[in-house]
Design a protein around this ligand. Structure first.
Ligand code: FAD
Ligand code: G3P
Length: 612
């Protein structure tokens, strides 16, 4: 079992200061994790710094699907679909304990005005989708259902106007787990990795970036990391990182949009299989309703976002939008704000459609006079200390959108990715989806290898990332059920119930075995089951889990999908971590405040109290 802990975090910080790395990655979401695993496995001396917990940005706030994005066919984003629909199976191969095949049901109506699909076009789309994915002729090939067959499966779905449905393959995913298993494997292969370290500036030699300045957010210590290649994989924060270079005005690349999901008990919204449907608001949006654990979650919204990237909030408007959509689609549900048990909001790192040119008209490179004056005024105010850096950023970020951008609604923006090396040598990999993270990283690795070969005379052989398993994924991807059953036997043998042992074997893949080993050796923490205690111990020893929020929100499903049992385990988890890490009473109180803030936000406590 790997040791990937608070101790190794400290050692990695020390090592990153002592050596010049080949590659330093800024950002530990799925994009950074995907580059780290491939670089480290290829022998490249790699470091990764994440300012929050791994996946605490967008990569734990997705719809939790590994999917091809069938609706993107409607906006002719065929290239994205072609990549993502093929990548689904590859991600399942390299992380067989994480994405699980779960066919999507797409109901078709004829009484809702212009819809994304009708019975004819949904079949065309599904056939193309299957063709691109190579699932034609397999048990997962798409098919259509009559209205009657749909209602037999989903008796609570709207009946009026129902024509039938398409059913096609997509995969359920655990986004945060996919990130941490890539990160752990990269660490196992020698990468120096630390969470809660923020990159605050760049180091330069002859105008070229040769490293970063970083701050350890646990100690406040600032230090330098030298690297031959610095890679920006900070998702929605990409432009903020690019802006750390004060010597140049940076043309924004990103147009982050917020997406919200709400969770209710499955008894209040029984949805037997993932279901994907139009909002009936003619806004080009489609919404998912997905069963997970004993809950049903649904989403998402898609709205342009300005604000705190680290804490996008679920607003009353988001709740009203999604409740209206879900209550129309499931007329007997009558869900209200008080039925919502948990929720999350995330920012899509969407690329500005015309980011290759300025904001004001696509490819002509000229700003409007008013925009140009705004920039001049704010810059001169900044130089006279009459405006802050954030004021400058606000003006730049609010620069008039290009005509093309104005016409594109958030849902029409491509979900594609971009890889770019700028004149100061900063390499940025942004946009994309979780589903095509491996392919995105493969492209980035090619560029990294070329830079190291051409400019540093260092050659590396890339591993075949299509066959390189993430941590916990080292087993036959065609034998998931058999592997879970086999490993669960070990769990029962050490005293766990069959349900507990099977849940752990299913959730952690081959990493269930070290967890069962821990269960065998340890005594349960006070007021925690032996199973929960072993998972928590493993999280701290092997998953760099530093806070109760890290554990309850990202390493497990407690806050989002197991809300019923959360209150009973919250304090015992804090106590167990306090003992393990030697926290003072003050430390413990601070951790509890942060955890309660996170839970209250997920519970929509303020909205429910009408105080938001
Ligand atoms: C609502 C919603 C639903 C989605 N659903 C799906 C889906 O079902 N399937 C799918 O494939 N995709 C989905 N996506 C898209 C997918 O979630 C994103 O494309 C992906 O998570 C982006 O990952 P990333 O690593 O680029 O960014 P992030 O996950 O945001 O990672 C960037 C990291 O950089 C860190 N960082 C920022 N600044 C600094 C700094 N100065 N120093 C150090 N670290 C820093 C941040 O803390 C963050 O953790 C969805 C997105 C949204 C918002
Ligand atoms: O970016 P969208 O509009 O596909 O929304 C995200 C989905 O909910 C899942 O990828």
């Amino acid at each position: 079992m790997i040791n990937f802990s608070k101790e190794t975090r400290q050692k990695s910080i020390e090592q990153m200061q002592a050596e010049t790395l080949d590659l330093l990655i800024i950002g530990g979401g799925i994009t950074g994790a995907g580059v780290a695993i491939q670089a480290a496995a290829s022998g490249i001396k790699t470091g990764l710094l994440e300012m929050q917990d791994f996946a605490e940005g967008t990569s734990s706030r997705s719809t939790k699907l590994v999917h091809g994005g069938i609706r993107y066919l409607k906006t002719f984003d065929v290239e994205v679909v072609s990549d993502t629909v093929k990548e689904r199976a590859i991600v399942q191969q390299i992380a067989p304990h994480i994405p699980k095949p779960e066919p999507m049901l797409l109901p078709i109506y004829d009484d809702e005005g212009p819809t994304t699909f009708d019975m004819f076009s949904v079949k065309i789309a599904m056939d193309l989708y299957d063709q691109l994915a190579g699932v034609k002729g397999t048990p997962y090939e798409n098919y259509t259902l009559t209205a009657k067959e749909v209602l037999e499966r989903e008796p609570y779905i709207k009946k009026e106007g129902l024509q039938g449905a398409g059913v096609y393959l997509d995969f359920r995913n655990n986004d945060a787990r996919l990130v941490i298993e890539n990160i752990k494997k990269a660490a196992e292969d020698g990468a120096y990795i630390a969470s809660k370290v923020k990159v605050v500036g760049f180091l330069y030699e002859n105008g070229k970036i040769v490293g970063v300045k970083a701050r350890d957010l646990l100690t406040g210590q600032t230090f330098e990391v030298h690297a031959k290649v610095v890679m920006n994989t900070s998702g929605p924060w990409v432009d903020k990182i690019r802006n750390l270079n004060f010597t140049r005005a940076v043309r924004p690349h990103m147009r982050p949009t917020k997406g919200v999901h709400l969770v209710v008990d499955a008894k209040k919204l029984p949805v037997p299989q993932p279901t994907y449907f139009d909002t009936q608001k003619h806004d080009g949006r489609m919404v998912f309703a997905i069963p997970r654990e004993n809950k049903t979650y649904f989403g998402t919204t898609d709205t342009d976002y300005q604000g705190d990237y680290a804490n996008p909030k679920v607003t009353q408007e988001d709740v009203d939008y999604l409740l209206e959509v879900i209550n129309k689609r499931y007329p007997d549900a009558n869900l209200t704000l008080n039925d919502i048990e948990s929720s999350w909001a995330g920012l899509r790192p969407l690329l500005l459609g015309n980011s290759g040119s300025d904001y004001n008209g696509g490819d002509n490179g000229s700003l409007s006079d008013s925009s140009f004056d705004k920039v001049l005024n704010i810059i001169s105010a900044y130089k006279q200390n009459q405006a802050s850096r954030v004021d400058v950023e606000e003006v730049l970020n609010h620069l008039e959108n290009s005509r093309g951008e104005k016409e594109l609604s958030p849902s029409q923006i491509s979900r594609g990715s971009a890889l770019e090396r700028e004149e100061d040598n900063l390499v940025t990999l942004a946009g994309g989806k979780i589903t095509d993270y491996r392919k995105m990283a493969e492209g980035a690795l090619e560029l990294i290898k070329n830079i190291l070969a051409d400019e540093f005379n260092q050659t590396y052989e890339a591993i075949n990332s299509k066959e390189y398993a993430v941590s916990g994924g080292e087993f036959d991807p065609s034998k998931v059920k058999e592997t879970v059953e086999k490993n669960a036997i070990v769990g029962v043998a050490v005293g766990l119930s069959e349900t507990e042992a099977t849940y752990i074997a299913d959730f952690y893949g081959m990493n269930a075995l070290p967890i069962f080993e821990m269960a065998k050796e340890m005594t349960a923490y006070p007021n925690l089951s032996l199973a929960e205690s072993a998972m928590l111990r493993y999280a701290m020893v092997a998953e760099m889990t530093l806070t109760p929020s890290d554990y309850l929100m990202r390493r497990t499903n407690h806050i989002l999908f197991q809300r019923d049992s959360l209150d009973a385990i919250k304090h015992p988890v804090v106590e167990a971590m306090a003992t393990y890490y030697g926290w003072s009473e003050d430390d413990k109180a601070e951790q509890l405040v942060a955890l309660n803030k996170l839970i209250n936000a997920s519970d929509l406590k303020d909205l429910k109290a009408g105080t938001n």
